[in-house]
Design a protein around this ligand. Sequence first.
Ligand SMILES: [Zn+2]
Length: 443
Amino acid sequence: MEFKPVIGLEIHIELKTNSKMFCGCSARHFGEEPNTHCCPVCLGLPGALPFPNKKAIEWTIRLGLVLNCQVSEESKFDRKNYFYPDLPKGYQISQYDQPFCREGKVTLKDGREIRLRRVHLEEDTGKLVHLRIDGQDASLVDFNRSGVPLVEVVTEPDFQNSEEVDEFLKSLQRTVRYLDVSDADMEKGSMRLEPNISLQLPGQNELPDYKVEVKNINSFRFVRKAIEYEIARQTGVLQKGEKLIQETRGWSESENKTFSQREKEEAHDYRYFPEPDIPPLSFGPEEVEEIRQQIPELPEAKRQRFQREFKLSPYQTDRLIETKELADYYEAALGVNGQIDGKKYSSPSEVANWLINRKIDIKTISPERMIKDLIASKEVTRLGEGEMSRIVNEVLAENAQAAEDYKKGKTAVLGFLIGQVVKKIGPQADRQEITRKLQEKLG
Ligand SMILES: [Zn+2]
């Protein structure tokens, strides 16, 4: 039986604002001394009042706009209640029924459209650190991350396989980085991925009555593997005629499989209610337009412009737009190209190839340096008359047959002889000079 995978995604992205979501503490928590970026607000002490971070809200809307979402005219924050030691207030400030952005869509390379349900803003939790103290297992809580702004992007279950998910996630990561709103670094936890997977029975039109969510995946490769594992596992269960349950599973890197964690909570289990300390927010068309104006040139637009302006191949463009830094570097290099030595100007395509093929380290080599190296590589090696004569004679002696053939009228061997001379001189040999010399000697 052929089952059709139905896959959706929830992606959490930590914003790189200077301060946290609802207080003035520094949001730069990675690698810091534990519990040094905390105040009564992010520790949830009684009486502390949250104050929303304007920049975080604007960045969330910026991302929503890029994902073709509608920006809600009226938005509000809600309390999501649950107990866990990393959540000092006993609730997380999130958004329930009025997120900042709704109903977006993105188009995959094959033209298939993926709908986005929402893009909302919430606060991150603290972090549990498990370790051994005096021979005992212990868990300590670090609240530096507590209250860091966290955007959640939720897609509709429109993906059909792991390749589509992979393409979407990589594109989202690049977009977020181009927008400069997050590092989207999975190793540091600033981008976290949760696919949900279920299978549709043959001939079934409505969505399956369950979904399996896989939590805590920290690489694109593991997302692919987890999805493929779940499709195989669920297929096995259904083929045995058994039913699948709604549940949350974890991903084990060492065993390459998912494992059951808990049966999934429904939204009502969280007893959401409006956050009473933050008034609702509204965004009119002008404010949304203002935010839209701040959106920089994104990868797709850059790709098209590079192909148009610089006559690059799709391969070259793909490579250059991989990161905004690389694309900017390329344009900076084009800017200095030709200023250094007008005569030996390199074409945009040559500069692109040099940058890509030589794997230039753009952090340590300046665009000027790179262009100088490129120009130097094109300098022809000029030899003195005597030296050139000597090498050409040598080649003719070593290839007497070819020389004979040439004299008999097989002029096509000239190319071969030129190649032999170039081999001795080096790739920057002056081919015109060699040709002239060879013809003179074979004359
Ligand atoms: Zn704080």
